[in-house]
Structures are given as structure tokens and as C-alpha cells.
Design a protein. Structure first.
Length: 188
């Protein structure tokens, strides 16, 4: 039986673009965006730097640590690099990303409350086994940001920094092209 994802779990998120070679969600370099801490891209490894590719799952609705995460829940993701920071939409997507439906740039912020909904993500499992409504380790998920009522789906889009793989933004489309918004969960 598949292991349920629970609040408080530490995970890696692997992007499915290019048949699973889209890289791991990662903090990478200081950000110059207002209120941001680090830039976000993908990396070849979930352990590019200590904690850079590790994310702690928390409930944005006050569900207790140890409670299983249900598909459709509202979550926050705290990166464990250095003092920790939260996955956050901040600023607009690049001009090239906008041509493909891009909405917002993605960075991390010191807290989960930089802006209303900017660090809150609705998690949707594509499917799971068993089909009990719970997200499981090994599931592929979509992460939808709730900023402004529709912050878009987390995706890879464009070239990342020199030490990264792909840039990360949100998009109006849940998968504008083959698997860019699909993220596979593994235990950290």
C-alpha cells in the first residue's frame, strides 16, 4: 500500500518534463525581487546544496502535523535551505514565458504571508493508488497558486541559472506542453 503524504513531511518534487528529466524544485541564488529571499529553478539533483531541494509540507488551513494531505488541500511549501523560506509567487513572468501563458515568477519568501495567497498552493494528485482521495508518496501532482484567486500552475519554463536546469513560473494552463506542470513527490 502506498504511503500517505502527511503534513510535516519533507519531500523532493521532480518535474516530469522531458520524460522525468525536468529536474528537482530547488532554491538557487539570492533574489532581487521585493520581499523575496531566493530564486527558484530546477536542479539535476534534489541535493544540489544542503536543503536547497527539500520542501516541508504544511497546511494553509490549520490541519495538524501528521494529518494526511488530501487532493485539493491548500498547502505551503517551506524550503529547508539555510533559515528556510516559502515557495511564493512574486512579480510577473518573463516576456517569453507570457507568450506561452506564463503568469507569475516564483521565488521564496521569509514567511508564508508575504502577500495574500502568494505562498499558498492547492495540491491536486493526478491519480493515486489507492484511490482514497489522499496524496501519496510517489504520486504526480499539480500545484496551483491561489494568489488573486488564480495564480496559476507551477511549471518549468525556460532556461534556469547557470547552476540550475530550468526556470520556474506559474502558468494559466495546467500543462501547456508535455508534462511541464507535473511534479512527482518523493520522500527527502
Amino acid at each position: 500500500m502506498a504511503e500517505a503524504l502527511k503534513y510535516g513531511d519533507r519531500i523532493h518534487l521532480q518535474n516530469a518534463y522531458g520524460k522525468g528529466s525536468g529536474g528537482y524544485l530547488d532554491t538557487n541564488g539570492a533574489s532581487t525581487a521585493g520581499g523575496a529571499v531566493y530564486g527558484v529553478s530546477t536542479a539535476e539533483s534534489p541535493t544540489r546544496g544542503q536543503g536547497t531541494g527539500t520542501w516541508e509540507v504544511a497546511s494553509a488551513d490549520g490541519k495538524a502535523a501528521g494529518t494526511p494531505v488530501a487532493s485539493g488541500d491548500l498547502i505551503t511549501l517551506r524550503n529547508l535551505y539555510s533559515a528556510g523560506s516559502y515557495l511564493d509567487t512574486n512579480g510577473v513572468a518573463t516576456a517569453d514565458q507570457k507568450k506561452a501563458g506564463g503568469k507569475y515568477d516564483v521565488h521564496t519568501a521569509k514567511g508564508a504571508d508575504r502577500g495574500t495567497g502568494t505562498a499558498e498552493w492547492r495540491i491536486f494528485a493526478q491519480t493515486s493508488d489507492p484511490k482514497d482521495g489522499i496524496v501519496h508518496i510517489g504520486d504526480t501532482v499539480h500545484l496551483w497558486n491561489v494568489y488573486g484567486g488564480n495564480g496559476g500552475f507551477l511549471e518549468t519554463n525556460g532556461t534556469g541559472p547557470a547552476t540550475g536546469k530550468y526556470d520556474v513560473c506559474t502558468n494559466a494552463y495546467y500543462n501547456r506542453t508535455a508534462d511541464v506542470a507535473d511534479w512527482r513527490i518523493s520522500r527527502a
